[in-house]
Design a protein around this ligand. Structure first.
Ligand SMILES: *[C@@H]1O[C@H](CO)[C@@H](O)[C@H](O)[C@H]1NC(C)=O
Ligand SMILES: *[C@@H]1O[C@H](CO)[C@@H](O)[C@H](O)[C@H]1NC(C)=O
Length: 486
């Protein structure tokens, strides 16, 4: 339900012409409410005016949009976001704004957007927002240069020294996450170059780069303002150890970098030549130089037997470790369960590692050592059968803070899942369990291949599945837990 203030704000922003006439007399305390209403209702012209005259030094999406009951999309609306950017451009392009006492210094677009997916027809993806901001940066910087040239010409015309000091330019910083691929690389690079001295200055919090070459990636990292960089996510870049070793030195300057994601980096420890052994050592040493690192993702690299070497140089305990499809060996899990990193581990992803036999005992040991801190456990596609799962259950039930458990694509039967639910209802913090279709809910046709293959969704006996889901719901209701599993 909207509050009375929200309803009034909604009414006010619905009439652009009257609002515009009244803008000079609207008290600044009302700007945030008006902004929120205009953003939600996509009142683009109103938004542009409000941003151009923003009376505070900071305009933060997180503060203004989160908790707004009308703001249901995790991705803010495209037209509204564009209008905010246009408003900032108007502000910077208009000398009168300053005279009016406007003083916008920071547009903080982080926080309102946690997903890179385009959600809904009117939502703006992070990729498009990155491109829009980049173009705004380039455009403003060019306008600023043109004006400076004009001014210099005029001064020469008046006989002034062409070297007369120009006024320092007014600028606005934009704090944002950036998502770039090879299509948008050049525009972002030009924008980052323009933004060092231009009127609109990009300050990146989380950078995600996909399918970029080694040179492009290093080029971007070198252009980023190091202040405030929190996460670097480089995926599908096929860099290999040598590529990563060429890139990591550019990250050492990011003193606040807490999260490094390098999935699909094509590290493969089988058949290492002596040169590659050296590269491996160098990679480990470089990771160790990222002093604020708390989260590491090396998914889909072949790391068998090398975890000790890779993580040994990281001094501070990690909070999040993602090692999906890494072909881990028992020695890796034993190392982890004794390493300093388990003391504070909140998220562990071991999906795609075969936990069915040899890895089961070390996995149990690992689980028991992280049980007091673990919030998030992903063990999808780990070949866990009913019997393997039931041997893990006592340890799993000690993870009293667990909020999320991912079990998809494991060959579990409906009986196995019942046992799981009976045990897990005791975990009071647990909010989401992603479970597989039970093996016995597949049709009986033996020609359909292995029963739990995800590619065989159409082989599912819908009737059995519906019956089973209903039974689970009932179990949850009995246990006085809101059904959340799916
Ligand atoms: C880059 O990402 C955008 C948005 O997702 C997409 O439209 C484009 O095709 C991508 N470019 C490449 C080369 O994959
Ligand atoms: C999983 O690993 C065990 C050895 O630990 C092996 O015997 C088994 O065949 C593997 N399972 C699959 C499905 O790959």
């Amino acid at each position: 339900m909207l509050s009375l203030v929200c309803l009034c704000a909604q009414k006010v922003v619905s009439d652009h012409a009257s609002l515009r006439r009244a803008l000079d007399s609207i008290p600044r305390e009302l700007y945030p409410q008006l902004f929120t209403a205009a953003f939600r209702d996509r009142k683009t012209l109103v938004l542009q005016d409000l941003v151009q005259r923003w009376p505070f030094s900071v305009l933060s999406f997180q503060e203004l949009l989160q908790g707004d009951p009308g703001q249901l999309h995790p991705n803010p609306s495209r037209v509204s976001t564009q209008s905010v950017i246009l408003g900032v451009m108007d502000y910077l392009g208009d000398a009168k704004s300053r005279e009016r006492g406007c003083r916008l210094r920071l547009l903080d677009m982080t926080g309102a957007q946690d997903t890179v997916l385009e959600q809904g027809p009117d939502a703006m993806s992070l990729w498009s927002r990155t491109v829009t901001l980049a173009k705004a940066c380039i455009d403003l910087s060019k306008r600023c240069r043109d004006e400076a040239t004009q001014a210099a010409k005029r001064r020469r015309g008046h006989g002034d020294s062409p070297l007369a000091p120009s006024t320092p330019i007014d600028f606005v910083e934009v704090k944002t996450d950036l998502f770039v691929n090879s299509t948008s690389y050049s525009v972002l690079r030009e924008a980052l170059q323009a933004s060092t001295h231009g009127p609109l200055r990009l300050r990146c919090r989380d950078l995600r780069a996909e399918e970029l070459s080694l040179r492009s990636t290093v080029g971007l990292l070198e252009l980023l303002n190091p202040a405030g960089v929190r996460q670097i996510d480089l995926r599908f870049n096929n860099l290999g150890l040598d590529g990563l070793n060429a890139i990591l030195p550019a990250m050492v300057k990011f003193g606040t970098l807490r999260s490094l994601k390098l999935p699909y980096s094509n590290i493969d420890v089988r058949r290492l030549t002596p040169d590659m052994e050296d590269a491996m050592g160098k990679f480990a040493a470089l990771i160790g130089r990222l002093r604020s690192l708390k989260e590491l993702n090396l998914g889909s690299s072949r790391l068998s037997g090398r975890l000790r070497q890779l993580l040994g140089s990281i001094e501070e305990p990690l909070e999040c470790l993602e090692l999906a499809f890494c072909f881990l060996l028992p020695a890796d899990l034993y190392y982890l369960s004794r390493s300093p990193h388990i003391s504070n581990l909140k998220k562990l992803d071991l999906s795609g590692n075969n936990l069915s036999e040899l890895l089961l005992p070390p996995f149990q040991q690992l689980l028991s050592t992280v049980s007091s801190s673990l919030l998030y456990l992903d063990i999808m596609e780990c070949k866990l059968s009913d019997s393997a799962l039931s041997s893990v259950l006592p340890t799993l039930c000690c993870c009293t803070r667990l909020r999320y458990l991912g079990l998809f694509w494991n060959p579990l039967s409906s009986q196995g899942l019942r046992t799981l639910v009976q045990n897990c209802v005791r975990l009071r913090e647990l909010q989401l369990v992603v479970y597989p279709y039970p093996t016995d809910c597949y049709g009986d046709d033996p020609d359909r291949g292995t029963p739990y293959s995800p590619l065989l969704d159409n082989a599912i006996d819908q009737e059995k599945l519906t019956q089973f889901s209903a039974e689970l719901q009932e179990m949850l209701v009995w246990a006085e837990r809101t059904p959340a599993a799916s």
